[in-house]
Design a protein around this ligand. Structure first.
Ligand SMILES: Cc1ncc(COP(=O)(O)O)c(C=O)c1O
Length: 379
């Protein structure tokens, strides 16, 4: 008999509030539709076919993934237009073409001229590729650095002229939006993100190379951008769940967090005003991104906390150390009782789990398990 309420679940376990998920999905869907930009959600956060289907409802079904394992999994789930948004290497071409031969329009990205030439060579044997060039709009991760865009035209020309290769366009991800915490600051990064790819597309077109896809996106920039002009699509990802980091940078409010980790209290330590839970570094992750703007959040904050500033202040592999600014009311939290922890970074926390236990806070206070959704992990 499957679990009926979250009290029946073994801990630690991932809890997803479907009511909040649906609101998050609706908000982003409406926003991008209103802006006239296609939604290509980055499903690296959810890694779930069930959630992916909800995310593209009312849209054309295009998605982004971060691993080939996700690409295979979502292809099996019926998704056809898939952007693999991590720089490709030749050893992965065979996995890409295997999916393309099944009719999946799996698109790949590169910022590297030798790799572009290798793609052109690989297409000589009859395989096809669809390739976007990655642009660095200021985040300093992958991509040709904007505004100089060194090598852009050379790479694009190799791809555009190669038989069997579709040069599909340009893409960027403004990771530096995560270091802003005001709507104005994020809007300024969003404008850099937009100008970087729109500028790259203009340079390509001026060189006679078509650039159909002009793709940008992160959750903060999708939420705060004031101008989507010239973009054909946006790729937000973590908006599906939101997390403490998104809350503190202002991409969402405190009631928009859909994902939490349910943990059991396993020990009381009043001499140091702490208790232990069975969710440590593996169950929560050691991502401390939200500490940039709120140092007190530790490795996650406690939902409906009975003491001020209650958070996981330290982690070992399977132990979470919960502290608070006030004395912890141990009588309310006997050993064996349960706490819910809001994660710093939902994408990383979720990666430790193979499924979501789904509750619905609109139905019954969110205790009944109304569904389970599987996830794909690994590469
Ligand atoms: C290439 C790319 N596109 C889109 C996203 C989605 O951004 P976010 O997680 O802010 O929603 C990411 C996230 O890392 C990314 O790497």
């Amino acid at each position: 008999m499957p679990p009926q309420t979250i009290d029946d679940l073994p801990t630690p376990v991932l809890i997803l509030d479907r009511a909040v998920l649906r609101r998050n999905l609706r908000r982003m869907s409406d926003r991008l539709r209103g802006a006239g930009v296609a939604l290509r959600p980055h499903l690296k956060t959810a890694k779930s076919i069930a959630i992916g289907r909800m995310a593209v409802e009312g849209h054309d079904g295009r998605i982004t993934v971060s691993t080939l394992a996700e690409a295979r999994y979502f292809a099996q789930g019926g998704f056809k237009d898939i952007l693999y948004g991590v720089g490709i290497v030749p050893s992965k071409f065979a996995a890409v073409t295997a999916l393309r031969r099944q009719g999946i329009d799996l698109r790949i990205v590169t910022d590297n001229l030798p790799v572009a030439r290798a793609i052109a060579d690989a297409a000589r044997n009859g395989d096809t590729f669809s390739v976007l060039i990655e642009i660095d709009s200021g985040g300093g991760r992958a991509g040709l650095p904007w505004p100089d865009l060194p090598g852009l035209i050379d790479i694009a020309r190799v791809l555009h002229q190669a038989p069997g290769v579709e040069f599909a366009g340009v893409m960027t991800h403004a990771g530096h939006s995560y270091h802003e915490s005001t709507p104005e600051g994020i809007a300024a990064v969003a404008e850099q993100e937009r100008q970087a790819v729109v500028g790259a597309a203009a340079a390509l077109r001026a060189a006679g190379i078509p650039c159909p896809i002009v793709s940008a996106g992160s959750t903060p920039t999708a939420v705060h951008s004031r101008d989507f002009g010239g973009l054909t699509e946006m790729r937000p990802g973590v908006y599906v769940f939101n997390d403490l980091d998104q809350e503190f940078i202002g991409s969402c409010g405190p009631n928009d967090l859909a994902l939490s980790v349910l943990a059991s209290v396993i020990g009381h330590y009043p001499h140091r005003n702490q208790l232990l839970i069975d969710a440590g570094a593996l169950a929560l992750s050691k991502d401390i991104s939200a500490q940039e703007f709120q140092p007190k959040v530790g490795y996650g904050t406690i939902a409906d906390a009975p003491a001020k500033d209650m958070a996981v202040v330290a982690c070992s592999q399977e132990h979470g150390f919960v502290g608070a600014a006030d004395p912890i009311p141990y009588g309310n939290l006997p050993v064996g009782s349960r706490l819910r922890v809001w994660p710093n970074h939902a994408c990383i926390t979720a990666a430790a789990y193979d499924r979501y236990y789904v509750v619905d806070s609109d139905l019954d206070g969110g205790k009944a398990v109304v569904d389970t959704y599987d996830r794909i992990n690994g590469w």
